[in-house]
Design a protein around this ligand. Structure first.
Ligand code: SAH
Length: 377
């Protein structure tokens, strides 16, 4: 019998339709890997072996999973994908900081930064700063990432992938001692992927870091804070405060119009932080905007009774905005007022500013140029 036009097309499509898309392994947690292996007729320990190959060993080819049979590796190779991030550009700062621009599968680009930090004994340790979104929707006035706008969320695999790819670039025997989620994007605006990535990176079998060596920085989405701290207990939390009054904060950090200082700090007071943990409040210092002695006094009053520390971040400049970085003496005077009011306060030594790798200087240069006309590199 003759087929009508429609069913001919349907038959054609059925015959050329590609097999269903392979699943991405990077970004799967142990439970998901165990259940994927179960679906493929393998015992649970196979999933745990793959977890370790992916994250502890960081292999990028199935053929290197040597304790898994050739037959199953071949099946896995058909059903799943093992992707690593492609390094688009690498920049090296005179202070030893390195910035990586990664190209993602769809062509989007994000940055990570590896930073040499001396510990209290003067021993050099690497920290890694990762991004959680392509761009950012928060619109903070003094941040370069904000200038590219929000493009898309990163998957857990793309967040963890930054760690895996950056770890591959370390010298033999080196490792990351700290991981901070302080790159492009707002982690709590990409809640599920951030939580999943944090859990993978702090998993004892992943060879990442212990929870207390991982810190997530948020603009202060008050409604998500408690859920976040409960989801990943023991992980460091940094909250971007940046001003001691709502008028100033409203101008710098637009989310303050939704959750103002009162609402945010009330939430912070209620957080189940655990015995030894303090919240870090970040405070970007902008000359003539939020750096006066009065601001320091208002800030210390605001934080009374909160188990916290303040981290002052002298503004890292980039072209096209009217802010200025205050002098070191101003920053130190501000810090001393906080200290004398009993508030623990440190100043962040920003690294990598000569290659736009310091806090708030990360972006996809192409996107910034397209959106603002500015050239940043
Ligand atoms: N979205 C997260 C992570 C941002 S980056 C957050 O808002 O916390 C980490 C810190 O750097 C934040 O406190 C952020 O406000 C700050 N920051 C952004 N731009 C900066 C700049 N140009 N100079 C110094 N700090 C900046």
């Amino acid at each position: 019998m003759e087929q009508d036009g429609k069913s001919k097309i349907a038959t054609y499509h059925a015959s050329v339709r590609p097999p269903s898309q392979p699943v991405d392994l990077v970004g799967m947690d142990e439970e998901e890997l165990v259940s994927l292996c179960g679906e493929m007729g393998e015992p649970p320990y196979r999933g745990r072996q793959i977890f370790s190959w992916l994250y502890a060993q960081g292999v990028s080819e199935f053929s290197r999973m040597t304790n898994i049979s050739k037959g199953f590796r071949a099946k896995l190779g058909e059903a799943a994908r093992l992707e690593t991030l492609e390094l688009d550009r690498e920049s090296k700062s005179s202070d030893g900081t390195e910035k990586y621009l990664w190209r993602l599968r769809d062509g989007a680009r994000v940055e990570s930064v590896r930073i040499p930090m001396k510990n209290v004994n003067g021993v050099m340790r690497w920290s890694l700063c990762v991004s959680t979104q392509v761009g950012c929707a928060m619109g903070c006035a003094f941040c370069l990432t904000a200038k590219m706008g929000f493009i898309r969320q990163l998957s857990a695999g793309e967040i963890v992938g930054q760690f895996l790819a950056a770890r591959n670039l370390l010298a033999p025997g080196e490792r990351f001692h700290n991981i901070v989620f302080m790159g492009m994007g707002e982690p709590l605006d990409n809640f599920d992927a951030t939580v999943k990535a944090v859990r993978i990176l702090t998993h004892p079998q992943a060879n990442g870091v212990s929870p207390r060596r991982l810190t997530v920085s948020t603009v202060g989405i008050a409604s998500r804070l408690k859920d976040f701290v409960s989801a990943v207990p023991g992980v460091g939390l940094a909250v971007s405060l940046h001003a001691a009054d709502d008028e100033t904060r409203g101008k710098l950090v637009p989310v303050n119009r939704k959750w103002n200082l009162g609402a945010l700090l009330d939430e912070c007071r209620e957080l189940p932080m655990g015995e030894r943990r303090r919240i870090t409040f970040e405070y970007v210092m902008l000359r003539g905007v939020n750096d006066s002695g009065q601001d320091a006094k208002t800030l210390s009053n605001l934080l009374k009774g909160l188990k916290c520390k303040v981290n002052l971040i002298p503004w890292n400049p980039f072209p096209g905005v009217a802010f200025e970085r205050p002098g070191d003496d101003r920053v130190e005077a501000f810090r001393r007022i906080l200290l004398s009011a009993g508030v623990v306060a440190t100043t962040r030594v920003s690294k990598g500013s000569d290659i736009l790798a310091a806090c708030g200087q990360l972006a996809d240069p192409r996107q910034v140029t397209e959106k603002t006309g500015l050239t940043t590199s």
